[in-house]
Design a protein around this ligand. Structure first.
Ligand code: GAL
Length: 421
């Protein structure tokens, strides 16, 4: 296993120093009676910040007794924030609330006893019927509900620079992996430097996940994270080979790139495509880039790979009442609209009006209803943080050595080590 515990401790140790400097006294108004509500996320910029700002505006009007305090730490998918959070929780210095993905990642915090049961708040706020049952199941452990979902994101979407694509003579979106590869070849032959923009570890995991949905189908794909599909199987080998082929169309400096760096290649016309979650729609909008297209990853059919951001009440939060007002806002129809219209995601609540949403989200709201749903590993729906770390580390290694058997072995070992017993 590449992601050794010692390495993890070292990273967290370094992050702890940063945390002390950056936000150790996050709730400096602290103690009971504090007005501050420190909201810990990784939504620091672009469309992510626009979404957070929307929610904060709603909080300000619905919870005027309290003061929003921004605890955001930049870094896609929480690559920096999660380390800092782990160390703060360990030191019993939790923020008033933090962002956690529904599913296995949330279960990490529940199992560690770090978050409070919100079942009675669900009752008081009428939330039980506001969200789809499947999502409620992902937030529930032993009959108790521990977080309030803000949204549903789709992970398996390809974003394109329309002019780059049409200049290469591509007139329609690819429907299969073979068609996609033919288009990437076309772009390459027309001199496009980076047909497929890519970032580091977790973004590579997202690309691999999309390829595996195509090669294995939704059911076997989901089984990869529960242990029912063998990571060492021949069909997975085929998926890894396809993934390796896709890497050959990507930027060589991918391992140093966050998702926004890869996105910039697309915006600048240096790249044609990028596989990314639909926070990219909001980010491109926030950055004023209009010439973009989108389609589900080729071969995924009507499979919607989902993830959901949710907020929790940590044990020993300094301002539990203020946090509850934040959580109530997150779960409210107004809060979901203020957030999701700007974040690229669709509301977790089922009572939203699609007409209130930008065009991309209208298509996603429709797709979600009829789609086959599979969970995301990179964003915690299917995978615990241990599994995510193991996968990111295995992908980082594969990016340089391209050894399929070693990647499959590392993933199999990661799942075996971290899967719920
Ligand atoms: C995901 C998160 C999204 C988005 C993305 C990129 O983990 O759920 O809301 O922020 O990371 O940073």
């Amino acid at each position: 296993m590449r992601f050794s515990r010692r390495a993890a401790v070292a990273v967290v140790g370094a992050a702890a120093l940063f945390a002390t400097a950056a936000c150790g006294n996050g709730n400096s108004g602290g103690g009971s009676g504090s007005k501050n509500v420190e909201v810990f996320t990784w939504w620091a910029d672009g469309g992510e910040k626009a979404g957070l700002d929307g929610l904060v505006n709603q909080f300000k009007s619905a919870c005027s007794n309290y003061e929003f305090q921004n605890g955001a730490i930049a870094g896609g998918a929480g690559s920096n924030a999660k380390q800092v959070l782990a160390s703060r929780l360990q030191q019993n210095d939790p923020p008033d609330t933090f962002q956690a993905h529904a599913g296995a990642e949330l279960s990490d915090y529940i199992n560690a006893g770090q978050v409070e049961d919100l079942s009675s708040e669900y009752q008081d706020w009428g939330l039980k019927d506001a969200f789809p049952k499947g999502l409620i199941d992902n937030l529930t452990v032993d009959g108790k509900i521990y977080s309030v979902p803000a949204n549903i994101h789709r992970a398996n979407v390809v974003w394109s620079n329309k002019s780059v694509v049409s200049k290469a003579g591509i007139t329609s979106d690819p429907k299969t992996l073979d068609e996609f590869i033919a288009d990437l070849d076309k772009l390459k032959s027309k001199g496009v430097a980076t047909p497929l923009a890519l970032g580091k570890d977790w973004t590579q995991l997202m690309l691999l996940e999309s390829v595996l949905i195509t090669d294995l189908g939704p059911e076997k794909f989901s089984g990869l994270w529960t242990g029912s599909t063998d990571w060492k199987g021949a069909d997975v080998t085929k998926g890894v080979e396809d993934f390796k082929k896709l890497l050959s169309y990507s930027n060589k400096d991918r391992d140093t790139f966050d998702w926004t760096d890869a996105e910039k290649l697309v915006m600048d016309g240096k790249a044609a495509y990028q596989l990314m979650g639909d926070w990219e729609a909001a980010d491109l909008d926030a950055k004023g880039f209009k010439d973009y297209g989108y389609f589900p990853f080729p071969g995924n059919g009507n499979t919607f790979q989902w993830l959901a951001d949710s907020f929790v009440l940590p044990k020993n939060a300094k301002n539990a009442d203020g946090t509850k007002c934040w959580l109530k806002t997150v779960g409210s129809a107004e809060g979901q609209k203020a957030f999701n219209t700007k974040k690229g995601s669709i509301p977790a609540r089922t009572d939203a009006n699609p007409a209130d949403y930008p065009q991309y989200q209208q298509t996603a709201i429709a797709a979600w209803k009829s789609a086959t749903q599979v969970p995301s590993c990179a964003h915690g729906a299917a995978c615990s943080q241990g599994m995510q770390g193991a996968a990111a580390s295995a992908l980082g290694k594969f990016s340089s050595d391209q050894n399929a058997a070693q990647l499959q072995n590392a993933m199999a070992a990661g799942i075996a080590q971290f899967a719920k017993k």
